[in-house]
Design a protein around this ligand. Sequence first.
Ligand code: TMP
Length: 241
Amino acid sequence: MEKRDRLYEGKAKVIFATDDPNLYVQYFKDDATAFNGVKKGTITDKGAVNNLVASRLMTILEAVGIPVHFVKRLNDREQLIRKVEIIPVEVVIRNVVAGSMAKRLGLPEGQPLPRPILEFYYKADALDDPLVIRDHVLVFGWATEAELAWIEQTCLRINDVLIGFFANIGIRLVDYKLEFGRLASQPGQVVLADEISPDTCRLWDLVTGEKLDKDRFRRDLGGVVEAYREVARRMGLALDS
Ligand code: TMP
């Protein structure tokens, strides 16, 4: 596999083509943004830690039968992934009240939910990724009914796996964001895409409630990369590899 042109640069990652039209390289940057790019920063080593964490989580999900775009981790910053057409809907899965939902509904952060809530956000930077409802996704054709039903069911399966995985290492999976895409090599097949990492999750220490995720950056709490490293350490990942 040979890395070719840079195709797309996002806020935290860069996508490169390869000599195989169905495979891309996903590069993890140290850049961090919040509030749709209004707050910007660089967190030394974040990209390497997120690549390790995200690679392991994708491997675990694939092992339990979730189709993923991830192929393998190539080096400290890069993953080989399958080419997908990203479905322009971010799915946020919430197990505990926090973040924008706490603010929108005037609820205290930390209240456990009786069942997971799935929210949909339309991926549109110019609109600040607005919260949308299921009918918007269908009527505007961002996903078909069959794709959306599969995504919802798959999110709940992923949630069951990840809640247990994180609880085992003393972490409460509060909420997180997932993205899905259609495989270029097999357009009818939807797969989990993007990344799952402390950038895209709220992860709280099960006992102390300490935040081990990007809220440390969003809320200026300090110790951002240290918290990300703690997640990797609890996952048994060696950071110097
Ligand atoms: P929120 O409470 O700000 O809506 O965020 C919910 C979860 O989704 C949280 O774990 C952070 C994650 N998230 C992203 O990964 N990317 C985003 O652009 C946003 C807004 C949230």
